[in-house]
Design a protein around this ligand. Structure first.
Ligand code: IMP
Ligand code: MG
Length: 174
């Protein structure tokens, strides 16, 4: 391996902050018709821990998209590999994502989900790298803002590895 992994956010820090975000969501979605849409696969650990602490009646659904990065095309950047199963019409939809980087993935996903006429559509992301934005994208619920580093763990991968780590680490080239 030509890289090492350095711990950036510990398991304890993650769990404390995730509980705080869960309580914000719980307060804001009282009496609403909440459906949480996780983006596979990166959001799975976060979504599982987050929603265990949201004491509300809510539904869960999933989407899988593929991102095309580094292309010249700034439109149609994502391909929908799996659509949600539920009818989102009139629902309060909360997208659950692992990280907002350029913002291109969420821009496309939001545009796509808006065509399903939800009552509201917001974004909850565990991590945010605002310095990398190519389009304006603001998440309503953010766990941690991080610098421009490639991170892995807790759902995030490097070539499909490390999603099972209970903490967030950064990849450091040797
Ligand atoms: P965006 O479209 O550039 O905002 O990219 C979002 C997607 O890129 C995320 O859902 C991740 O799958 C991936 N991604 C961006 N930054 C990282 C990172 O630091 N580690 C792992 N995956 C990342
Ligand atoms: Mg992802």
């Amino acid at each position: 391996m030509d890289y090492t992994i350095e711990k950036m956010i510990s398991e304890e820090e993650l769990q404390v902050r995730i509980r705080e975000v869960a309580k914000e969501i719980e307060k804001d979605y009282q009496g609403k018709d909440l459906i949480c849409v996780g983006l596979l696969k990166g959001s799975i650990m976060f979504m599982a821990d987050l929603l265990k602490s949201v004491e509300l009646d809510l539904a869960m659904d999933f989407m899988k998209v593929s991102s095309y990065h580094g292309g010249t095309d700034s439109t149609g950047v994502v391909k929908i590999l799996k659509d949600v199963d539920a009818d989102l019409t009139g629902k309060d939809v909360l997208i659950i994502e692992d990280i907002i980087d350029t913002g291109l993935t969420l821009e496309s996903v939001k545009k796509f989900l808006m065509t399903k006429q939800p009552k509201s559509l917001k974004v909850c992301s565990l991590l945010d790298k605002p310095s990398r934005r190519k389009v304006e994208m603001v998440g309503e619920y953010i766990g941690f803002e991080i610098p421009d580093e490639f991170v892995i763990g807790y759902g995030l991968d490097y070539d499909e590895l490390y999603r099972n780590l209970p903490y967030i680490g950064k990849v450091v080239k040797k």
